[in-house]
Design a binder for this molecule. Sequence first.
Ligand code: IMP
Ligand code: MG
Length: 204
Amino acid sequence: MSKTPQKSRLRGTSPVPLPDEYIPRRLRGELATLLIAEWQIEHRVKALAARIEKDFAKKDLVVVSLLNGTVMFLADLIRHLNLPMHLDFMGVSSYRDGTQSRELVFTKDLRLEFKGRDVLLVDDILDTGKTLSEAMKKLRQLKPREIRTCVLLDKAARRVEKIEADYAGFEIDDLFVVGYGLDYAERYRNLPFVGVLKPELYES
Ligand code: IMP
Ligand code: MG
């Protein structure tokens, strides 16, 4: 009996917030909870890399990363990919009013050749889906053979566009998070963990 090949998909796991003592003292006034600890990210990123490595074996892999939020995730993910690959960046800024995204602006174009190649598009977080949808649209014009998507975080409840990530690290609730590359007004990108920003910091 023939089976239709199922596209490999890795859904995000749900993190359990850590006790308040885990929040570094200097950030206790700004973070409500520490949602995903450094070691949990490390463990999960390795699992994502293992699956991607399997799915992209013998393919002509080009990783495309969206700047700036993916810096830490990308660095950790690709160091665990034991595969030949190329790397390119797309700059996209979703000019935000506080925590709500508005129009998208592309700030850096791709440089590599994509025709007939296999793309892994990496972003930090899949929220409404507008960013990833627009980036896919741009990429498709370059005629790659296939495009798969990988995000560290997935806020599934917030989706507006019809898009799912092929590989997701963690599925989180509708909370504004910072750290591990993610920012609020360009701050907090350097935190090695993901934390929930206190709403009073942006709800004023
Ligand atoms: P989308 O276009 O609504 O899916 O939003 C995706 C982009 O918005 C991401 O690439 C992030 O830069 C940003 N974003 C969405 N949610 C958060 C968050 O909770 N914290 C920080 N940035 C976020
Ligand atoms: Mg971003």
